[in-house]
Design a protein around this ligand. Structure first.
Ligand code: PLP
Length: 320
């Protein structure tokens, strides 16, 4: 197993470029925007999924597992990264995918298979029970023993990797920023990031899901697991994370409304930074909208985490 130590990962995370970008909507509001390019952390295991898999792979290895199983949809950044990690670090991987196998699978799943991931398509009803022991037992009976990573890498080990990203950011900028922003699906990344940065600065999560669901609660639980030593951090109130829910633009993976396509095109034209259609584009829309609404004081220095996911552009009509 060639996977790095946590120190090596931190070292690598400290060398991720943090780029200053100029957008008229932000400069007009007196806001400086820095983009941390975690989409560049690895050519195959992109963005936050790299960090979220890191301790999961280490834990699996320490417990003697050679086979990993996880879940995702046809364009899942998580399954894509897991397949790449399996190939790189010598694990067999099994990807459980929602729905029937179509005649032609997505480019995401094609890559995953090419990297050696075995795909198992299960019905939508079964998929809903993916975290229940009965379904896991049924999969185990069929495919043998394996280490289970929840969909999206959404567990404490996943958050620990993102905590390390937060620590790297803190070291790089020496605390000289106002807030850090990230796109949220499960909220694991937000929880880890918030737990990694200084408790006096907020981590702001932009949810790409329609409806809050259990997102805030999930973030709170994971965050507390990582910030246990900080006695003053209590449920919600004193925690340094916030959730913004108004920029899902129709919901997870939905066709983009016209205003989002236009924003995306404008952003990439102005910055030359490619975005993914499901997550980062909505976070940047949220950041610029909040700035225009006067959410941050003039002179604020906002950091946005580019959490990767660019492989997902292949399922979408993109601006460039
Ligand atoms: C998975 C993903 C997220 C969301 O991460 P969570 O930890 O589930 O909130 C954000 N951005 C990108 C690009 C992703 O692939």
């Amino acid at each position: 197993m060639l996977i790095e130590s946590a120190e090596e990962l931190l070292d690598r995370a400290c060398r991720i470029p943090v780029e200053r970008v100029r957008l008229k909507s932000l400069t007009d509001a007196g806001i400086e925007l820095l983009v941390r390019r975690d989409d560049l952390i690895d050519p195959e295991l992109s963005g936050n999924k790299f960090y979220k898999l890191f301790f999961n792979l280490r834990d699996a290895h320490l417990q003697g597992f050679t086979r990993l199983l996880s879940f995702g949809g046809a364009y899942s950044n998580h399954l894509h990264a897991l397949a790449a990690a399996g190939k790189r670090y010598g694990f067999d991987t099994l990807g459980v995918v929602r729905g029937d196998r179509p005649v032609q699978i997505s480019p995401t799943l094609r890559d995953a298979e090419a990297w050696g991931m075995q795909l198992a398509f299960i019905g939508r009803e079964d998929y809903r029970h993916k975290s229940e022991p009965e379904l896991i037992a049924a999969l185990q009976a069929k495919y043998g023993d394996f280490y289970v990573i929840p969909e999206g890498g959404a567990n404490a080990a996943g958050a620990r990797g993102m905590q390390l990203l937060g620590q790297a950011l803190e070291q790089q900028l020496k605390g000289d920023y106002t807030a850090v922003c990230i796109a949220c699906g499960t909220g694991t990344s937000l929880a880890g990031l918030a737990a990694g940065i200084d408790v006096t600065r907020p981590a702001i999560g932009f949810s790409v899901l329609k409806g809050e669901g259990g997102l805030g609660r999930a973030v709170a639980v994971t965050y507390r697991q990582l910030r246990v030593s900080e006695a003053d951090v209590t449920f919600g109130a004193a925690a340094n994370w916030r959730l913004v829910t108004g920029f899902h633009a129709g919901g997870y993976g939905k066709k983009h409304p016209e205003y989002l396509s236009q924003f995306w095109q404008g952003f990439e034209g102005d910055t030359a930074i490619p975005l993914d259609p499901v997550y980062t584009v909505k976070m940047f829309l949220g950041i610029t909208s909040l700035a225009q609404q006067g959410y941050w004081q003039r002179g604020s220095r906002i950091v946005a985490i580019h959490s990767g996911g660019l492989q997902g552009r292949r399922g979408f009509v993109c601006p460039s």
